[in-house]
Design a protein around this ligand. Structure first.
Ligand code: CA
Length: 224
């Protein structure tokens, strides 16, 4: 079994590599998101251990990119931040599991074995509304069977709208949930992204799913 460790803290990386090798794994180490991405795309691995906080490209960007390229190697995220939002974000982007630092090596090993048992057939969560389909695990969006080419942010935005479909969502809430920022009243980041998202999700199709509720926000729903 071959494992790729993407971790910039050399001490942690060495500790992981040694521990895995003692347990019969072959382990490679990449110290940056770029190197990790490159290795994962060019070498076959059974599992990737991916630190979230990396210099340059972070773990989220790496996993998003891998899934977009159709690389379905199981990913175990290492996160120093025990925030629910971080975990949910990681899982939505296509990670298979996560571990909060610091962790016991025995726990890491148990998670790895469980992921490897599960095999490459990833269980995907699919969100649907009318003919719109969002595969959270594979990070794919389709409408009427056609693939939608969304940026990671647009994907996240659409996933949030779908999870709360039928509910009117304020710009403030969307900004907090999707951008992790405290909303400033003069910021139009939500509007700008919503416009781009609509140009891909709604404009080419007759039935519109994203609706503006004037003065309040947006709702995603099917209207007769
Ligand atoms: Ca790190």
């Amino acid at each position: 079994m071959k494992v790729l460790i993407v971790e910039d803290e050399r001490k942690t990386a060495t500790y992981l590599k040694r521990g895995l090798e003692e347990n019969g794994f072959v382990a490679d180490v990449a110290e940056s998101g770029e190197d990790g991405s490159h290795l994962a795309e060019t070498q076959p691995y059974d599992l990737i251990i991916l630190d979230v906080q990396l210099p340059g490209r972070d773990g989220w960007s790496v996993v998003t990119d891998l899934r977009r390229r159709g690389i379905e190697t199981p990913v175990l995220f290492l996160t120093a931040r025990d925030a629910i939002r971080d975990r949910v974000k990681g899982l939505e982007l296509g990670a298979d599991d996560y571990l909060v630092k610091p962790f016991a090596f025995s726990e890491l090993l148990a998670r790895i074995r469980s992921l490897l048992r599960r095999g490459p057939a990833r269980q995907s969560t699919i969100l649907r509304m009318a003919d719109l389909e969002l595969d959270l695990g594979r990070h794919r969006a389709r409408r009427s069977g056609q693939a939608l080419d969304l940026t990671p942010k647009e994907f996240q935005l659409l996933s949030f709208l779908l999870q709360r479909s039928g509910e009117v969502l304020s710009r403030t809430l969307i900004a907090e949930q999707v951008w992790d920022i405290n909303f400033e009243s003069d910021s139009n980041v939500v509007e700008v992204h919503m416009r781009r998202l609509r140009s891909k999700v709604d404009d080419p199709f007759e039935a519109k799913l994203i609706h503006t509720v004037r003065g309040v926000g947006y709702v995603l729903e099917q209207r007769a």
